[in-house]
Design a protein around this ligand. Sequence first.
Ligand code: ADP
Ligand code: MG
Length: 287
Amino acid sequence: SIPLSFFSGIGYASKNGILIKGSNYLEALKDVDTVVFDKTGTLTKGVFNVTNINAVDISKQELLEYAAIAEVNSNHPIAKSILKTYGKAVDLDSIKNYEEIAAHGIRVQYNNEKILAGNEKLMKANNILYSEAKEVGTVVYVAVNGIYKGYVVISDEVKEDSKDAIRNLKNVGIKEVVMLTGDNKDVANKVASDLNIDTVYSSLLPNEKVEKVEEIYEGRNEKEKVAFVGDGINDAPVLARVDVGIAMGALGSDAAIEAADVVLMTDEPNKIYKAIEISKKTNKIVW
Ligand code: ADP
Ligand code: MG
C-alpha cells in the first residue's frame, strides 16, 4: 500500500508548480544522484538574438531572408528567433519539399532555389564548401543551390535561476550534474563553465543523447537513480529513458509533457532541487 504521506508530498509539490505523475516518481527522486540537463530552453531561455550576419556575395538582408524562408515552418527556438529578426512575411505558397533534420537544420525548396540552413553537420552532409564562423555562438550556415551564402550567428542567455539551480542540487546531495546538447562545443563549454556544470557533451544527435545516458547508467546499482531535464525538442527519447524524466511544461512541447514523469509548470531549473527535497522529506513529515 502507498503511505498517505506520498499523496501529501505530491500535493505539496503541485502547490510549488511541480507536477509529479505518480508516487513511484516521488519516491525515486530521493535516490537521484545524477541530474542530466538539456541546454536549449532548459538551462538557457531558448530565445536567441541575432548577433552577427556574414553574407557572401549577397546582402545581409538577403541572407536573413533565405534563413527566414527555411525556418518559417519550424518550431525550433532557433527558427522563432530568426523569424522575429526578419520581421516580415514569407510567401508560404512558394515553399516545397520542406524537411527538418534533427540537430542539423532545414532543407527546403523555394520556387527553383534549394535552401539549406543549419549547422556544420548539415553543410558537411551536403558537401557545401563553407567557411567556419570565428565567433562563439550558435551558427546557422546558409547555402542556396549548393553554393555557400554565409552565416547568421545567434546567441541565447542562461536563465536567471540556472546557476542557483546547480548549486542547490549540490546542496541536496547530487553528486554529478551533466549537460547534453546538440549545439557546438564552444557554446556548450561557455554555458557549462558559467553554471559550474561538472560534465558536458556537445554536438550530439538525439540518439547520441540517449547513448550518453546509457553510458551514465553503466556500473550503477538500482539505488543510484538518474534524472533528466529537458524541453522535449530533440530530447523526448531521453526523457522516456531515465528513472525520472523532468520536462519544462510552460514552453516545452506536448511531446515533453507526455514523455515526462515530472512537469515543471514555470520552467524554472531551480524547482528541481525542491522536488528532490520534497521527496526526501515526504517520509518523515506529514505536510
Ligand atoms: P539542444 O541540444 O541544445 O537542445 P538541438 O538538439 O535542438 O539543441 O539542436 C542542435 C543543433 O542543431 C542546434 O544548435 C543547431 O545548430 C541545429 N539545429 C536544430 N534545429 C535547427 C533549425 N531549425 N535551424 C537551424 N539549426 C538547427
Ligand atoms: Mg533541446
